[in-house]
Design a protein around this ligand. Structure first.
Ligand code: SF4
Ligand code: SF4
Length: 347
């Protein structure tokens, strides 16, 4: 098993992951339902967890709102690479005689919960596997951070009947998260609580991160329905200017009201396919909590500064997006005919 464990991790690294580890049914024992490997494979004994790095070169142009497409494309490619590694690795393990299940990197949801896919519960949580196997550690944001790439990663996993050898979590003292709260500050939706924490126990070890509020918050903002921060001074890459509610329960109704305008707005070239989205397609407009989090605190601070000082996004008649000052955005929106303006804000 030592040899096959080494080879499984090595395959993931050779095919594009920056780090890989192994979680087992034992090391995941006592965890939330999404750590139950037998949910996808009744005879499961272990899982390979790995992280594919995003290209850091595209992060600052994302935050200063100069280049939407570069990171968007890179994000799609990293997801496809992570899902591809999963498929290759599952095939490799199968060929070695161990039934295995590849997991897609994203947009896979359980259908057997109260609201089905809309509960957004994954078959298996890549995050819990990653922290327990030492691929990364939880930041306050609840994102998994790696030593080299921070949170700018896409996670992947393969579940297998092979009794691969577990790898150890990263020691707490090596976790660079210093509660800087820049992930919370970079989130226009208020999804990250920042004060209250949740703790999970996996195989006798505790892992904790910030409590998160209702998921509709992230759906509304990260989904691109709206993007203007409550201050009116900065935005995500969404040109939507619909109000961001205060209470959790007001987010889903607010989202529903913006579906029409969202679908009628001109689309960018790149798109992510997601069955939960109107039209099955989503534009990447946020991910700020993830992208702001770099191992170097000065880089984190610089990214946050770029985000909040680069103005707000408006959409031009040809569909292109442009960052302008908050005042210029008001002027341009005010000059639109009511039908066009209604694509972006309440008229
Ligand atoms: S941005 Fe700061 S508080 Fe948030 S996860 Fe990263 S290091 Fe932790
Ligand atoms: S992706 Fe955006 S909206 Fe969602 S939690 Fe992160 S910063 Fe907030």
């Amino acid at each position: 098993m030592e040899k096959i464990t080494r080879r499984a991790k090595n395959l993931a690294i050779c095919y594009g992951a920056s780090v890989a580890g192994i979680a087992t049914t034992e090391t995941l024992k006592g965890g939330p339902p999404s750590t139950d490997l037998t949910y996808v494979l009744p005879g499961a004994k272990s899982a390979v967890s790995f992280a594919v790095p995003l290209d850091q070169n595209h992060v600052e142009p994302w935050f200063n709102k100069q280049n939407h497409e570069a990171h968007f494309r890179n994000n799609i490619q990293a997801n496809v690479i992570a899902s591809g590694i999963s498929l290759e690795l599952a095939n490799y393990l199968e060929q070695k005689g161990y039934p295995s299940i590849p997991l897609t990197a994203n947009t896979a949801y359980r259908s057997d919960t109260q609201n089905g896919r809309y509960d957004e519960k994954p078959p298996i949580s890549h995050r819990y596997l990653a922290v327990r196997s030492g691929v990364g550690f939880f930041g306050l944001s609840g994102n998994v951070l790696t030593k080299t790439d921070g949170a700018a990663i896409i996670l992947g996993s393969v579940v297998t009947e092979a009794e691969l050898i577990a790898t150890e979590p990263i020691p707490a003292e090596d976790n660079y998260c210093d509660n800087c709260l820049l992930c919370k500050a970079a989130c226009a939706s208020g999804y990250i609580d920042g004060e209250q924490r949740v703790t999970v126990t996996l195989g006798g070890l505790e892992f904790s991160y910030s409590k998160k509020h209702n998921h509709s918050r992230c759906d509304y903002v990260c989904g691109g329905f709206t993007g203007l921060h409550k201050s009116g001074k900065w935005s995500t890459w969404s040109p939507g200017r619909f109000p961001i509610p205060d209470k959790d329960e007001d987010f889903y109704p607010a989202l529903l009201k913006t579906v029409g305008p969202y679908l009628r707005r001109p689309r960018t070239e790149s798109t992510l396919f997601n069955v939960l989205m109107p039209g099955d397609k989503v534009e990447l407009t946020c991910g700020n909590c993830q992208l702001v989090c770099h191992p170097d605190k000065d880089v984190r601070k610089r990214r946050y500064k770029l985000l909040v000082e680069s103005g707000v996004i408006i959409q031009n008649p040809d569909g292109s997006r442009e960052a302008v000052s908050p005042e210029e955005a008001e002027r341009k929106i005010g000059a639109m005919d009511p039908e066009t303006r209604a694509l972006y804000e309440k008229v």
